[in-house]
Design a protein around this ligand. Structure first.
Ligand SMILES: Cc1ncc(COP(=O)(O)O)c(C=O)c1O
Length: 439
């Protein structure tokens, strides 16, 4: 027979998945509503991760569903190269209005990975535009996750994500990560010491010369690597050092954007203004793929004004500002505003943090970290089998009706911001039972 069997699981090469393991023992999600997924046989699974840190307002919200349906019938697609459609301009204004003051220009793309690569390219274009063309070096951070484009992987700092792809972008370096269990475990929120870790940027300036460095990109709170909360004063210091040396500071807020920490952005939450913010995920409540880079107007002005007449930035995607994404995004922003979900996240972070930190002392747990509506529970790895214990916890949670995420031996939680106290209790109870049952 030619090709794969109809209706089999063979043909889909699954992303970031143990394909052999999954296909031997598939776990499928068929439907979703608000805080729950449902399996094909109708079993509810409480969504402890907002899908992949993205469904901030909960699943299949009517307003978003209707906005997408209406838009699909009205204007299914329109190019944004040398043309425009009204909704995308409105969406850009709305995003700018809820992002920190001083970040006003919005470039749309379709994912977090594209947002990061776009921001890195804008950084290079900006430096060139202001006569700093020698600044071509890009700095990331160890353990950072910035998606899967060659730019994002190059500045990213998670070993396995890098090792399959050869030399990556030239001229990239990394500052050290902020994880330091020796300075304390089971810390709720930001730990007191560690601001000086930002001084590692000075080390790279001394090594390479500031005049070679275009930008530094960090996740204000590192998500995918296992929820690393920045120490107090760290982001402020990074801002100071980057400003001092003319290096653009990019916050990758693909996870933290749109309420996750109890404010529209982590920049707001921490009170630190970067030069650009990358976002995606919650931008449309994940109902239609969309990403964006939001920049200081000076960056836009410099690139646009310094260019000869014609196209100023040779970058863009067929689907930049896709009408369906813009419609879903506007509806998502309406829900966030009308239901006060960012404020709600701030309030619920207290009982959420209480419940998750209440798992201190549970079997295998060696650390718990949390901030806003994000938490990580780190488990002691099984000797010689890193990740196996957390993998088993993930599977058992799913079978008991709870979706969590795991990376290495870290269980991550980031539930939709519409979560109720009963859901928080259910997450803690189920996790506690599963941890007790796993060897
Ligand atoms: C901080 C960060 N940046 C970038 C990305 C990549 O986003 P996407 O998977 O939409 O390309 C992610 C995805 O989790 C992320 O967490």
């Amino acid at each position: 027979m030619h090709g794969s069997r109809p209706n089999s699981l063979d043909a889909f090469w699954m992303p970031f998945t143990n394909n052999r393991g999954f296909k031997a023992q598939p776990r499928l999600l068929a439907r979703a509503k608000d805080m729950h997924y449902f399996t094909p046989d109708g079993r509810p699974v409480l969504d402890g991760t907002a899908g992949l840190w993205c469904v901030n307002a909960g699943h299949t919200r009517d307003r978003i569903v209707q906005a997408i349906a209406h838009q699909a019938a009205e204007l299914d697609f329109a190019p944004t190269f040398q043309l425009g459609h009204p909704l995308v301009f409105e969406m850009a204004s709305r995003v700018a209005s809820i992002f920190p003051q001083g970040l006003d220009q919005v470039f749309f793309c379709n994912s977090g990975s594209e947002a990061v690569d776009t921001a890195l390219k804008i950084a290079l274009a900006y430096q060139k535009a202001i006569g700093q063309g020698s600044r071509t070096r890009l700095i990331g951070r160890e353990r950072g996750y910035h998606g899967v484009g060659f730019g994002g992987v190059s500045v990213g700092g998670i070993g396995p994500n890098r090792r399959q792809w050869g030399p990556l972008l030239p001229g990239v370096d990394h500052i050290r990560h902020t994880h330091d269990p020796a300075s304390g475990t089971f810390v709720r929120g930001q730990r007191e010491c560690g601001a000086e870790l930002a001084d590692d940027l000075e080390r790279l300036v001394a090594l390479h010369g500031a005049d070679t460095i275009a930008a530094v990109v960090v996740e204000p709170l590192a998500g995918s690597t296992g929820v690393l909360v920045p120490p107090k004063g760290y982001l402020e210091r990074l801002r100071e050092i980057s400003t001092k040396h003319g290096i653009l500071l990019i916050f990758d807020e693909v996870i933290t954007g749109f309420g996750r920490l109890g404010a529209a952005t982590a920049a707001d939450h921490f009170g630190v203004l970067p030069d650009m913010i990358c976002c995606a995920k919650g931008l449309t409540n994940a109902a239609v793929p969309m990403g964006a880079v939001v920049t200081r107007p000076e960056i836009y002005d410099a690139v646009v004004q310094s260019s000869p007449p014609g196209i100023e930035l040779f970058h863009g995607y067929t689907y930049s500002g896709h009408p369906l994404a813009a419609a879903a995004g506007m509806a998502a922003l309406d829900i966030y505003a009308e239901e006060g979900l960012f404020e709600r996240a701030r309030q619920m972070s207290q009982p959420f943090g209480d419940a998750i930190h209440g798992l201190q002392g549970a079997r295998h747990v060696i650390d718990i970290r949390s901030l806003g509506m994000v938490a990580a529970i780190e488990l002691e790895p099984r000797p010689g089998a890193p990740g196996a214990r957390a993998g088993e916890v993930f599977h058992r949670c799913f079978d008991s009706g709870l979706l969590v995420r795991y990376t290495g031996d870290i269980i991550a939680l980031s539930p939709p911001l519409i979560i109720e106290r009963a859901h928080i209790d259910e997450i803690a109870d189920k996790l506690s039972a599963v941890l007790a049952s796993v060897e």
